[in-house]
Design a protein around this ligand. Sequence first.
Ligand code: TXA
Ligand code: MG
Length: 316
Amino acid sequence: MQTLITDSPAEAAGFINRGEIVAFPTETVYGLGADITNESAVRMIFKAKGRPQDNPLIIHIHDPEQVSDIAETIPAAAQTLMTCFFPGPLTLVLKKKTGISSAVTAGLATVGIRCPENPVTRAFLRCCAHPVAAPSANISGKPSSTDWRTVYHDLHGKISCILKGKESSIGLESTIVDCSTDPPALLRAGAISLEQLRSALPDIMVASAPAHDEQPRSPGLKYLHYSPSAAVIVVDPEDIPEMPDSGSAYIGLTPPQGHFRKTCLCSDIETYAFRLFRFFRECDRDNIATIYCERPPQSGIGRAIRDRLKRAGGEH
Ligand code: TXA
Ligand code: MG
């Protein structure tokens, strides 16, 4: 399959409307989309990514009004979060309408819905005839793609089109909040922090890690994820090695004492989030064996960075 690269949202949307799959930019990470009403297109996403069938997709909309076409009901808590954070890096899990294909929801009774803020994403979604189901645009298990070249590296020849936009400004996936339960629960940390969520909804819970034999509330959370080929080791500032092996790299906020083959020193926590997946990819390209990652504070987007580091294999 030929993969067309375009910077025209309308041209990219044309592929979606003809039942093909298209990668597109968002402010969090790039997505790989299909028309939610076209089951064979939705199935092509799973095939192109090598994604497990039981992992549901997020539905992307350009107008918050569309939530009522997809969700059975909109509880007051969801309405509050939509008012505060749509459009933006937030996904709400709600009870789905019966018409929503189980190919999208992997058979769940709920559905994830996100309204991105990036103007190119919104222009693209507006040109699509229906909402767009999309996971992140990477081979399953690899770090999400934050720029179109990484999408091309992972998926060229397997998808019809890449809508070329800027590098994703946040660099980590959306915050996911389950509003199908009362009180709502944070399922995946992201750029909308727990502190921000609680300022809008004080009783929000943090979904606890599932026990070994228990089904997690977000199916995707049971998979090893975001993993570079290199080993990921999470360290507190005082444990950053002073005599690292020659094949080692470092990313974090604290300047290291020792010499690493690659270093990504981040001036603040947002930059750490923005650079993390790109750095993982660069380390793989340069055959780095071990990436030392400074453990960030558990606040703001630091919670999301910690979560991704943990699931990239850094803490077992
Ligand atoms: O920022 C993002 O969320 C990006 C961009 C492209 O929008 N998308 C993204 O999709 O990260 P993906 O598929 O890589 O991660 C979606 C996560 C998965 O862990 C999936 O299990 C979970 O959302 N999810 C989707 N629908 C769900 C539902 N109904 N209930 C619980 N979890 C759900
Ligand atoms: Mg993903």
